[in-house]
Write a protein that binds this ligand. Structure first.
Ligand code: PLP
Length: 454
């Protein structure tokens, strides 16, 4: 066998040129988005009012297996792709495990995350349609950064609603967004009617992703030449993110490595979906079997404690309904929670596959997650994003299990991004002031009681 290098790079010629649509291989398709007014599946015409036309078509396309990556998007990808698949030799040594650990590194661009993979595709389709600009929300800030980078590349205006507590905790993230010409408003704000309503009811709220989404959608649907774009959850986003999994597959194949366990963190599901769906497709087609794990925060546990039901994607209850694992659109994670992944719901594609038991989910407390982040940072020399550190925690736990059993499993995880803008959270961890706030059953029951009645 060829010696495996520390970093496996594909050449540009070996880069995938199509995205993979896992829905084409699903017998039971993900449930459609519903119009909250009529309770009927959203039509293309209704969707085009909110999203770009081509992206709406991708959202509804359950059949086309391979979708060509447009040439201008491929060109942009070459700035930061193919991304390396790293053999985590130093981490293996630090853990003294017989397991083989690999990670796909998606943090090697200024947004510091995988989000740029979809941002550039969405900006491209908006430009092609002749739009003036797009609106969006951002939680931790990676999506807003990625989108402002993508919009300036294609000459589009970019308005970002940023969850208020992140806006305050991450002042430097704002400056990156502004450097790329994006404008940024802390949410909830008084620039929208839904924001004013939420502020009147909860004057002290630190905001939530769901609330920022309501504001961004309101502006997009009431401003000429604008559409709304979303950085996770949607089928189209998972589609664009499959570039991660397809490159991982190609890199593993290049060195004849067969993975046993595949791991990614889950907020709205885009990096798990993008990283794992080419492998999930193999399982669905009966070609292979893998253990796949989604790692989520115990303070926002959509998969492990949620319900599979139709729910709003936003706090303001103006967006379409999605059938997904949810802990309720009115659920707001504790403001002590610093680890990202704050969305109450989950991708409808992943929700359907989770319901079919194609993969498993685990919830981790944030102090446990930051311990894993520290082990990884010391061993591999990259300061991981708190979000990604949930996947690191799961990978380390799997590797430590191998140490007990002596198994030489191949564990591959997605390092979705870096944590250089998350130093406030690292400070809490280093000061020993980080706490784990886990919602009680009652809090979750109350939030689930407000699920829409269909
Ligand atoms: C946004 C983000 C996530 C969570 O979103 P998913 O859609 O679940 O992937 C994870 N890691 C990083 C670095 C992010 O920026």
């Amino acid at each position: 066998m060829t010696k495996i290098p520390y970093k496996i790079y594909l050449t540009e010629d070996e880069m995938p040129t199509q995205w993979y649509n896992i829905r084409s291989d699903m017998k039971q398709k993900p449930a459609p988005l519903l119009n909250p007014g009529t309770g009927k599946p959203l039509t293309l015409e209704e969707m085009e009012h909110v999203f770009c036309t081509e992206l709406s078509k991708q959202e509804l396309d359950n059949d086309t297996k391979w979708i060509e990556i447009p040439e201008p998007v491929m060109n942009f990808y070459r700035m930061f792709r193919p991304s390396p698949l790293v053999h985590a030799e130093f981490l293996e040594k630090a853990l003294d495990t017989p397991a083989k650990i690999f990670y796909k590194f998606e943090g090697n661009n200024t947004s510091g995350s995988h989000k740029l993979n979809s941002a550039i595709a969405q900006a491209y389709y908006a430009k092609k349609q002749g739009l003036k600009g797009v609106t969006t929300e951002t939680g931790a800030g990676q999506w807003g950064t990625a989108l402002s980078m993508a919009c300036q590349y294609f000459g589009l205006d970019c308005k970002v609603y940023m969850v208020k507590c992140s806006y305050e905790q991450k002042p430097f993230r704002r400056e990156v967004i502004r450097t790329y010409g994006g404008s940024i408003v802390p949410s909830p704000s008084n620039t929208t009617s839904v924001g004013r309503k939420i502020l009147a009811e909860h004057p002290d709220t630190t905001g939530s992703l769901g609330c920022a989404i309501s504001e961004a959608v309101e502006i997009a649907t009431t401003t000429e030449g604008y559409r709304y774009v979303l950085g996770s959850v949607l089928n189209q986003v998972l589609l664009h993110q499959t570039i991660i999994g397809l490159e991982t597959q190609a890199a593993l194949k290049k060195y004849g490595i067969k993975p046993d366990v595949l791991i990614a963190c889950t907020g709205g599901g885009s990096n798990l979906g993008g990283f794992a769906s080419p492998f999930m497709g193999e399982i669905l087609r009966g070609e292979a079997n893998y253990k796949i794990i989604g790692a989520e925060p115990a303070s926002c546990p959509s998969f492990t404690r949620g319900t599979y039901a139709y729910d709003f994607c936003d706090t303001g209850m103006i967006c379409p309904l999605a059938k997904m694992y949810t802990i309720g659109s009115q659920f707001i994670p504790s403001s002590n929670h610093a680890g990202g992944l704050r969305f109450h719901g989950m991708s409808p594609i992943l929700s359907e596959l989770y319901d079919q038991k194609l993969f498993e989910a685990r919830a981790y407390e944030q102090t446990n997650v930051f311990e894993a982040a520290e082990i990884f940072a010391k061993a591999e020399g990259i300061l991981p994003a708190p979000e990604s550190s949930h996947a690191i925690r799961a990978a380390i736990d799997e590797a430590l299990e191998c140490k007990k059993t002596g198994e030489e499993k191949v564990i591959v995880f997605n390092l979705s991004g870096t944590g250089y803008f998350d130093l406030y959270a690292y400070k809490q961890f280093n000061d020993g002031t980080m706490t784990d706030v886990i919602p009680s059953d009652e809090v979750i029951r109350e939030a689930l009681a407000k699920l829409p009645k269909l």
